[in-house]
Structures are given as structure tokens and as C-alpha cells.
Design a protein around this ligand. Structure first.
Ligand code: FES
Ligand code: FES
Length: 589
């Protein structure tokens, strides 16, 4: 299709570019003009990370046809302020702690600017409504609302708040209690921080992964012949092309870089293509022919544990078991005044960081350098070296500014694929997951099924617990062993229970891989032990708060796993929460 000339004003300067009728504004900004301050979080108008102003109105540039800005004024984060002269919103986002990973920040700032331009003194409700289309996974929004409100107040009254200076004065000498400027904060509010997807290198190729269409199947063959012959395709790799190990994993190396004989979840990588454009790489994926023989799908741990269940891994469907035995629960239950039993289930949870996984690998001298999102550069370096069959000192991993992670960027994602392709082609290779791909390929919080039986005496003192827990680790181990171990160790929460029996296991299924996520198994079991405390209190006719006070750890208490506790703060935390609830006029249970 013939390209058209597009002329518009961008951050106060006239720009001219040639675009196709279907080109989107975000691509013009990021790819043609290399203004990477505007971010792509979802690519379909849902997250607001790509927000820019067109004639003062906030729009999501990832779904906005570029030709619509013909003759108009576009403002991006790069036009909002300057080093040494930040826009008041940028200044207050920094001072109020409204910037964490910074990936949502450019879009959020522009939405806030549009609001204040129209409504100089918005109510809190108006601020909430204005930013409702801009997702932030780090801050909880409170600081963002505070920063916008503070800016409005300063601009409206003309008085610059000295609140943070006052705070700092009260804090006294030293750094503790003071508001310390985030080291990389200024570049984040100016849109200058380089996230992995923002990196460009001359001659760079673009890569895409072909993923399994079945959750459980034998792989009879992969034919990449047609894909290799497409003009612009520089490399197509499968398990056959891995020079080192094809097995990775932080604790147990059971995960395939590329599926070889079998796929174990829908979305498992089968092949990777590097091409001169992302579009060509995507087209090439469609030309790869995969011969599957579908196998029965095990979608719950119960199915995977059933007699004669098909094996997901040769060694069986149980990843690991954990047991705790303390005291004599059987005898204690016989003496209990009250016994309560219940089963709790928690679900799989997606981290949903706003920045999708991305990275670039290139060869510098004879070293493979990988710039990518990460929560573990040294672990990633070791894995890449093993997969590429290189000594450790021939691989460098550099963590780029990372747009949220919450445990989800500990495992490998794009790293080995771009590294393998850079090694193969000698060229820089970039890979950026789409939002959909990020959800399929990244790990999740483990779903747990937990059956609790707990007994207490007439005074509400816990005397026994019998617990079983089953965790779904999905197709591979990832952080399953650590997650289950922590869940077992903390199974009865911060409460003294002298007699305990726990049987726990983590089970392979054909679900998405579960791994690290904030809390490592503790949020799951908190649902169960806190639910049990409420049920026991109800049965005993005492308040849930009193039930907790009678059982909470104190200095010298022995934990459920036999550890004598020396420094214990939970009692004070509980009382502080009660006090705060009372101060707010609420009812403390
Ligand atoms: Fe455009 Fe999410 S709304 S990237
Ligand atoms: Fe908002 Fe990280 S600071 S997504």
C-alpha cells in the first residue's frame, strides 16, 4: 500500500514522516522517531502506558491511527519537562514516591496533565476517574493521586508545598525517615530510562517464538524448511540447534528451552525465528509445520495424582513432598474442646507487570551480551552459558530498567532465545513479548488446595493441627520446591500449635508453569490459617481478635517447625493495627 506523508507538531516542533494508512501513532513515535518514552504495555488500548496528548486530549497511541494526527499537536513525555526544569507534575511524582518501576509513569503524567489543564482543582474522585484508564502495578495509586493533588494545589494557590522539607527536618540527622530521591527517578519522569524494548542497535534482527498449540502431546516432527526460505528470515532454531543443554530451571533443571519429544503445556516454545522485521518473523512462524500426537491432558493435581494417570515427566507427576511431625496430634485432638475442619482453595495468579518481557543480545568481541528484563542476572548468566555451551566469562547479562516483576522475572524468558540467535547470526537480536505471550509464557502464583483440621481447648488455646496441602506447579518445577517448603514451614501462621501433622506435595500438571510470586506460598496458606482462626473463634463464642491474642507468637515461643523464636514483633503489629482501626473509627473484630 502506498505510503502517505504525515505532518504534525510533536513536542513543539514540526515533524514529517511517511506512514502506511494502517500505521499506529505509537509505532511512529517509538520506531520511526525513536521517542521511546511512550511505552507499550498491552498494545490493545487497555493499560494506558502509551498515553500521549493529541491537541490536549489523552489518547492511547497503540490503537490510534497515525494519520489522525495530521496537522495536530502531539505531546509526549519527552516534551513535558527538561532536566533541571521538571514540570510540576514530574517534580511531585518524584517527591511523593509516585514513581516506582516507572513504566506506567509517562502515560500517567500525560493523563494527569490533561486533567489539570481542564480542571485545575480536581476532587479526589475526579483524579481517580481521570487515571482509571492508566494501570499501575507497583504503587497502589495512592501516591500518584497524592502527587496530582499536590500539583493542583501548588499551581492553583501559587504556593509550593514544603511538606517534604518539613518531614525531613523532623527526621533528624542521618538518612532514616527522610525522603530520599530515587536515584533513577529523574530519568524515569523524563521518559529517558531505557527499558529493554527501547533498545536499538544497528543491523538488529527481531525474533519471535513458536509455541505449542497443545497442552500435552508427543512431538512427531517440526518442519522449518518453508520458514527458512522466506526473504528476511536470518535464522530458525529448534531443540536440534542448541549447542549446550536444552534443560533449564532455578532449582530443578526440568524445563526445556525448546520442546524436543514432548510438549507439557500450551505455549511451550518449539522454535524461534530471527528476521529483519518483527512482521516477517511472525509470518515465518506460520510456515513452520508441527506434527503433534495429542496426549490426555491433566489439568488438576487430583487428575495428575490419580491411579494410572499418564506421566507428564518420566519420573512421575509428583514434584516433591514435604512432611512435618511435632508432638502427638492424635492424642491432642482427643483432648480438644473444639475441633474445626475445612478445605480452602486458592487460584492461579498472574503478576501482570505493565512491562512485557523483552531483551536484546549481541556479540561484543567474542562475548555474548544480553540486555534484558531480569530479577536474577547471575542466574540468567549461568543458564545462558550452559545453553550456549560457553564458559561463564563469555556471557554478560545486563539488567535493563525493569517495569515491574513481583517474582515473575526471576525465571528465564527471552534471554536464551536472543542469546542463541545472536550466537548463530552474529547480529544483535531483539525479542519483545506481546501481552498475550507474556501471560502464556510467564510463571504464575501456585494454586493450593489446603485441608485444615484444628483443635483448641476451652480457653481458645490451639492444641493441634492436621493439614494437607497440594500445590499445582504446572508443567515444570520453577520455584515450586521453595514455595511448598515455605508454605509448610509457616502453615499455621504466627500462632503456637504444639501438636502438628502436615503432609504436602507439589504436583506437575499440564497447566502454565507456576513459580516465584510475592510471598512464595505464604499468601495461600494465610487464607487457610486465618480462615480457621475465624471459624474457631466463632465456634468458641470469642472475638476473632481475642482468638489471635491468645495464640500469637511471643518471645520464646516454639514455631510449628520447632524453631525457638527470639525476636517477635507480631503481637505489637496486631495491637498497632487494632489501635489504628480504632483511630479510624472502625470496629476491631
Ligand atoms: Fe496502549 Fe496498553 S493501552 S499499550
Ligand atoms: Fe506504575 Fe510500575 S510504577 S507500573
Amino acid at each position: 500500500m502506498a505510503k502517505k506523508q504525515l505532518t504534525f507538531e510533536l513536542n513543539g516542533k514540526t515533524v514529517e514522516v511517511e506512514v502506511n494508512p494502517e500505521t499506529l501513532l505509537l509505532d511512529v513515535l517509538r520506531e520511526d522517531l525513536k521517542l521511546t518514552g511512550t511505552k507499550r504495555g498491552c498494545g490493545n488500548g487497555e493499560c494506558g502506558a502509551c498515553t500521549v496528548l493529541v491537541d490536549g486530549e489523552p489518547i492511547t497511541s497503540c490503537i490510534y491511527p497515525a494519520l489522525k494526527v495530521q496537522g495536530k499537536k502531539v505531546l509526549t513525555v519527552e516534551g513535558l519537562g527538561k532536566e533541571g526544569k521538571l514540570h510540576p507534575l514530574q517534580k511531585n511524582f518524584l517527591s511523593e514516591g509516585a514513581v516506582q518501576c516507572g513504566f506506567c509513569t509517562p502515560g500517567m503524567l500525560l493523563t494527569a496533565k490533561a486533567l489539570l489543564d481542564k480542571t485545575p482543582r480536581p476532587t479526589e474522585k475526579e483524579i481517580h476517574e481521570a487515571i482509571s484508564g492508566n494501570l499501575c502495578r507497583c504503587t497502589g495509586y495512592k501516591k500518584i493521586v497524592q502527587a496530582i493533588d499536590k500539583t493542583a494545589s501548588e499551581v492553583y494557590t501559587g504556593a509550593v508545598s514544603g511538606a517534604e522539607k518539613e518531614r525531613d527536618k523532623q527526621a533528624g540527622p542521618g538518612a532514616i525517615g527522610k525522603s530520599i530521591a530515587r536515584k533513577e527517578g529523574v530519568s524515569k519522569v523524563l521518559g529517558r530510562s531505557k527499558f529493554a524494548a527501547d533498545l536499538h542497535f544497528p543491523g538488529m534482527l527481531h525474533a519471535k517464538v513458536l509455541r505449542s498449540a497443545y497442552p500435552h502431546a508427543l512431538l512427531k516432527g517440526i518442519d522449518t524448511g518453508r520458514a527458512r526460505n522466506i526473504p528476511g528470515v536470518e535464522a530458525v532454531l529448534t531443540a536440534e540447534d542448541v549447542p549446550g543443554t536444552n534443560s533449564v530451571g532455578y532449582i530443578i533443571k526440568d524445563q526445556q528451552v525448546f520442546a524436543k519429544d514432548k510438549v507439557r503445556f500450551m505455549g511451550e516454545p518449539l522454535a524461534v525465528v530471527a528476521a529483519t522485521t518483527e512482521k516477517i518473523a511472525e509470518e515465518a512462524l506460520k510456515e513452520i509445520v508441527v506434527d503433534y500426537e495429542p496426549l490426555p491432558v491433566l489439568s488438576t493435581p487430583e487428575e495428575a495424582l490419580a491411579d494410572k494417570a499418564p506421566l507428564i515427566h518420566d519420573q512421575g507427576n509428583v514434584l516433591l513432598t514435604r512432611k512435618v511431625r511435632r508432638g502427638d496430634p492424635e492424642k491432642a485432638f482427643k483432648q480438644a474442646y473444639i475441633i474445626v475442619e475445612d478445605t480452602f482453595k486458592t487460584q492461579m495468579v498472574e503478576h501482570a507487570y505493565i512491562e512485557p518481557e523483552a531483551g536484546v543480545a549481541l556479540i561484543e568481541d567474542d562475548i555474548v551480551v544480553v540486555y534484558a528484563v531480569s530479577q536474577g542476572v547471575h542466574y540468567h548468566q549461568e543458564e545462558i552459558a550452559a545453553v550456549l555451551n560457553l564458559p561463564l566469562n563469555k556471557v554478560r547479562t545486563i539488567q535493563t530498567t525493569t517495569g515491574g516483576a513481583f517474582g515473575g522475572k526471576v525465571d528465564l524468558n527471552v534471554h536464551v532465545y536472543v542469546a542463541l540467535l545472536a550466537q548463530k547470526t552474529g547480529l544483535p537480536v531483539k525479542m519483545v513479548y506481546s501481552r498475550e505471550e507474556s501471560i502464556v509464557a510467564s510463571t504464575k502464583r501456585h494454586p493450593f488446595t489446603m485441608t485444615y483440621k484444628m483443635g483448641a481447648d476451652r480457653e481458645g488455646k490451639l492444641i493441634a493441627a492436621e493439614i494437607t496441602m497440594i500445590a499445582d506447579t504446572g508443567a515444570y518445577a520453577s520455584y515450586g520446591p521453595a514455595t511448598l517448603t515455605r508454605a509448610v514451614t509457616l502453615a499455621v501462621g504466627p500462632y503456637v500449635v504444639p501438636n502438628i501433622k502436615i503432609d504436602a506435595c507439589a504436583v506437575y500438571t499440564n497447566n502454565l508453569i507456576c513459580g516465584a510470586m510475592r510471598g512464595f506460598g505464604v499468601p495461600q496458606i494465610a487464607v487457610a490459617h486465618e480462615g480457621m482462626m475465624d471459624r474457631l473463634a466463632g465456634e468458641l463464642g470469642i472475638s476473632p481478635l481475642e482468638m489471635r491474642r491468645r495464640n500469637i507468637y511471643k518471645e520464646g515461643s516454639v514455631s510449628s517447625s520447632g524453631q525457638t523464636l527470639k525476636a517477635v514483633g507480631i503481637g505489637r503489629t496486631l495491637e498497632a493495627a487494632v489501635q489504628e482501626t480504632d483511630n479510624l473509627g472502625g470496629e476491631s473484630m
